[in-house]
Design a protein around this ligand. Sequence first.
Ligand code: XMP
Length: 510
Amino acid sequence: SVIVLDFGSQYTQLIARRIREIGIYSEIFPYHTSAEELKKHQPKAIILSGGPNSVYDETAFMPDPEVFSLGVPVLGICYGLQAIAKHFGGNVESSSKQEFGRAKMLVSHDERESMLFKDIPDSDVWMSHGDKVTKLPDGFRVTASTANAEMCAIESFGSKAALKVFGLQFHPEVQHSLYGKQLLSNFLIDIAGITPDWSPKSFIQHQIEEIKRVAGDSTVVCGISGGVDSTVAAVLVSKAIGDKLHCVFVDNGLLRKDEATKVMEFLKPLGLKVTLADASDLFLGRLKGVASPEKKRKIIGRTFIRVFEENIHDEKFLVQGTLYPDVIESVSVKGPSETIKSHHNVGGLPKRMKLKLIEPLRELFKDEVRAVGRELGIAEDILMRHPFPGPGLAVRVLGSLTKERLDVLREADQIFIDELKESGLYQKVWQAFSVLLPVQSVGVMGDKRTYENVLALRAVESTDGMTADWAHLPHDFLSKVSNRIINEVRGINRVAYDISSKPPATIEWE
Ligand code: XMP
């Protein structure tokens, strides 16, 4: 595999992803992982990521020096390049001009052509740095430059050529670096000699073996929600251990219209053993009169754990559909970022119940999970479902919940989603849903004055839910949805469309 050492760059996960796009398996480790430890994973190449620090800060992050003696090629990106320069005795200085954005890279062409730049012409690259290398370490040469960074790409050379150490000031993992992927491919395939054999199929085979090895003869439980991640995770685990896997689907009374029935229905052909735990009354009872979003989340989290506990037996392992974007914060050198919302309401589960975790999707991004699901034969309409938050409609009926308000929201949301599917827009957005506001407005229906609820429609485009743009849905479409909702759903007399992006707004309203 390829190991990416994380120095805290916002782009670290993008590096891992690009590597997989090339068809190669990669893993991310914190920058301080010892060479001894890395060796156990038998890396064929090591990449040092970018990072927010300066190599001359007192507390600068440096890799274990032995990383350069493992006998595998090393590529440093941005901060990684500077760490290489420092380690090998070059000089790095803070640049008078910080450089963010596109720059024109000129590749040095001479008889010693660099393997890293094979088939790469002068082209745009994406820069994001304050410091730059000002003195080349001995045994290195410059292979590319930009107007602002003369030593934009360097590599070990002559007596040090065998070390195969390379550094880039720019970010090849960012799409704006036009030949970035080619460059990574040159490094991994041509220089490190790795065969690209990562695919959803090989991933599944590898995971099945791994799950068998880890779980042995133990029984395993999975909390299934009908979402893409838990469904794919459960099917993958069941391929490995068959009916030693037991799934629990908790109906918390906060699901969408007929969702519990529909989910049980589509899980049936997947060969999973699923227990449906209907706990709607318990959840709604506990949530009565609670208006604060954080309190709602805490109550839902705690209640979920209780219901889940009641439905498990003597399982030793818990399957979770954790994806890579959820993992990165715990891997990151910066530590978890500030809590904006207490997501991941099942996070407390394993510690208390002494269940060990199986998280077969923890290296993947959402679209990769979908590709794996496809390979596992899961139907397209399951795989393309939008994300749905654990606390469900509780955070979409703003303020205190009642069964009636939940039902009003359900009816309206069903119309919105049906229309999106009907018009082929559902799959073009990351997430779409309705929010029932704790606001009443005056309207007129027939000859009568009405004083009823306002509904907000939300649709966003995003790649991972971390940032999002409101979706520019066609006006005709919005008009149709609004008409249908106001005419067909009793209790709503006004529809608004949310045009806030994240940040500064969030995707959900609570
Ligand atoms: P926000 O609202 O934070 O949402 O921009 C980002 C993504 O996370 C989902 N979300 C949640 N998922 N439990 C979950 O499992 C939660 O408490 C929760 N809150 C938000 C949200 O739907 C979006 O996809």
